[in-house]
Design a protein around this ligand. Structure first.
Ligand SMILES: Nc1ncnc2c1ncn2[C@@H]1O[C@H](COP(=O)(O)OP(=O)(O)OP(=O)(O)O)[C@@H](O)[C@H]1O
Ligand SMILES: [Mg+2]
Length: 318
């Protein structure tokens, strides 16, 4: 298996120092602090897509965000990437406010967004040379080839995007993101356009790579099973407009997860039912049935209730 070439610290553009703000701890590696996004409404005034969103993320954790279409997930991801500014609030990374894009935060889009005139190697090498501007051709190629091999595309380096299947293109997008050794991976429904088999294989690869490299990930998905398989925590967004984080669900399943045996894992059905129940009912009703002590700054953290036998099995396997 190919190893990615280790990260060498690089300057961090796209960040602005915040006077008096202390450097991030590992518990707040990147932190969404009270952000809102508003747009001018057609009849005057402003529409609030979401507001008062707070979410600290730990170094090395895999966070998935789930919510119905239009609640603002892509907007949140764009703000994390520095591609869009919030109307209110800030996102803090390395103790500084994010003010623009950075190679520290790589984005994997749903559409792979490859340069069609470049080969697989050319697409990945282009990103590598943007990251390490002083690197020689041989080093750039070595890094690009290592990333391409990591996603299982060794041998396809000289193909152009038009010669690749959808799954292969998405792999190139993942290789391109990983090749620049980002501190954070931002993924917007990266597997949703793929057939079930390819999706499963790529989920396995992303999971393996993230575990091996201790990557911090923020991923949007509509797929409950994908979130259960990949995430450490799952952020549940209410419906928009005026969407909020209803709660943060901690995944009770052990970090060592076997896809084929997932549905036998203790806690699996409690978790799955909780997520589906949220999407079907509570995402809509949350605003009217919000708990009296709801605090958007500290949304409820939920660990779906386990049966006694589930809890005993987890305790035994710990
Ligand atoms: N430039 C804009 N002007 C006005 N409204 C916008 C603009 N960009 C996004 N919106 C609105 O913001 C809301 C959130 O959009 P966003 O793409 O973040 O949603 P989403 O949760 O990612 O949805 P989906 O699941 O369909 O991808 C939508 O209602 C959209 O119409
Ligand atoms: Mg979206």
């Amino acid at each position: 298996m190919a190893a990615l070439i280790p990260f060498r610290p690089a300057p961090s553009p796209g960040l602005r120092a915040i006077p008096g703000h202390r450097p991030m701890s590992d518990d707040k590696y990147i932190s969404i602090e009270g952000i809102a996004r508003r747009y001018p409404a057609p009849g005057g005034g402003r529409t609030t897509v979401f507001e008062d969103l707070w979410l600290p993320m730990r170094r090395g954790e895999f966070v998935c965000m789930i919510g119905h279409s239009g609640c603002g997930k892509t907007t949140v991801l764009n703000i994390l990437a520095g591609l869009e500014a919030p109307s209110e609030g800030v996102v803090i990374a390395a103790g500084r406010e994010i003010t623009g894009p950075s190679l520290d935060r790589a984005v994997i889009f749903q559409g792979h967004a490859l340069l069609p005139w470049r080969t697989v190697l050319g697409n990945v090498a282009y990103a590598v040379s943007s990251r390490w501007r002083k690197a020689g051709k041989a080093e750039v190629e070595e890094r690009a080839r290592a990333a391409i091999a990591t996603v299982g595309l060794a041998g396809s380096e000289h193909k152009r995007p038009a010669e690749l299947s959808g799954g292969m293109k998405q792999r190139v997008g993942i290789a391109r993101a990983l090749a620049i050794a980002p501190k954070m991976l931002l993924m917007d429904e990266p597997f949703s356009a793929l057939d079930a088999l390819t999706r499963g294989t790529l989920q396995d690869e992303v999971r393996r790579i993230c575990l091996e490299t201790g990557q911090t990930v923020f991923m949007i998905t509509h797929d409950v099973d994908e979130a259960i398989y990949l995430a450490d925590r799952i952020v549940l967004m209410t419906n928009g407009p005026g969407a909020q984080v209803a709660e943060i669900v901690e995944n009770p399943l052990p970090k060592a997860r076997d896809r084929a045996a997932l549905h036998h894992a203790p806690g699996y059905y409690a978790l799955r039912n909780h997520l589906i129940d949220f999407l079907v009912t509570r995402s809509r009703s949350f605003k009217d049935a919000r708990p009296a002590d709801y605090d958007p700054r500290h949304p409820p953290v939920v660990r779906p209730t386990l049966s006694d036998s589930d809890a005993a099995a987890i305790a035994a396997s710990a």
